[in-house]
Design a protein around this ligand. Structure first.
Ligand SMILES: [Mg+2]
Length: 246
């Protein structure tokens, strides 16, 4: 079976971006050594563990609750935050075959957006951690834009759409507005596909609103979902997705 679509939403954490190496608490040791305050290391590592426990793990903490890392662990110290962001960016990688799959989607003329649960960024959209990651890995050119609870940015003209502020994936409100915007473009919800690793945020709420869905298990496996397909490699997208003719 092949899914014929005109639009594709891709999740960020543990989908486009693999953060396995950032999970490591050694990161905080490096930061405070570099800041000349090694005596703070044990306390920082402990606080980071507390947050990971509170939010149920690394991906949710880093994508949805960065403000807590900045405030509770890094004491809102700008030097520490800057170092944290830089080191984090160095440690993050992308999944195998991602660029080949993105290039395929571009050739098919399927519009691709990042759809992320990023709730806070110190820098404005366009200089945020996700955009910086896409730029660093040379894959920004494959994306039309980025949709998050702090707004939607169109990368071709840098316009920020504030109607998305406060909408979330888990409640599905972000998918409802995406669906309305697609309809204005003449695209039906069933001609759009959402790809992500988490059933609760990427798959089930999108599926309920009529999107096609693909669960990516290359980095994590969040278990059963309502996904139309489950893939372990992005290269499988080349067999599954086709451009829907108008
Ligand atoms: Mg994710």
């Amino acid at each position: 079976m092949v899914l014929e679509v005109k639009w594709c939403g891709l999740d960020y954490g543990e989908c486009i971006m693999n953060g396995d190496d950032v999970r490591n608490v050694i990161l905080f040791g490096d930061i405070y050594k570099e800041l000349g305050k090694p005596e703070l290391i044990p306390e920082k590592i402990k606080k980071y563990r507390v947050l990971k426990e509170k939010y149920g793990g690394y991906p949710v903490l880093h994508e949805g609750h960065r403000d807590d890392i900045y405030g509770y662990v890094l004491d809102n110290e700008s030097d520490a935050i800057e170092l944290f962001e830089r080191k984090e960016l160095e440690l993050k990688t992308t999944g195998e075959g991602l660029e080949e799959a993105l290039s395929f989607l571009q050739l098919e003329d399927i519009e691709v957006y990042v759809v992320s649960e990023m709730k806070k960024s110190l820098a404005p959209l366009g200089s945020d951690p996700i955009t910086r990651f896409l730029t660093k890995h040379g894959i920004l050119k494959y994306f039309k834009g980025l949709i998050t609870p702090i707004g939607k940015i169109n990368y071709s003209n840098s316009c920020v759409d504030s109607r998305y502020i406060g909408l979330t994936k888990v409640e599905g409100t972000i998918y409802e507005l995406i669906a309305r915007d697609l309809e204005d473009q003449g695209i039906q919800t069933g001609e759009a596909v959402m790809i992500g690793d988490r059933a609760r945020t990427d798959i089930d709420p999108a599926h309920r609103r009529g999107f096609k869905t693909i669960q990516y298990t290359g980095f994590t496996d969040s278990g059963q979902s309502k996904a139309d397909f489950v893939i372990g490699s992005f290269l499988e997208l080349k067999k599954i997705l086709r451009k829907k003719a108008s």
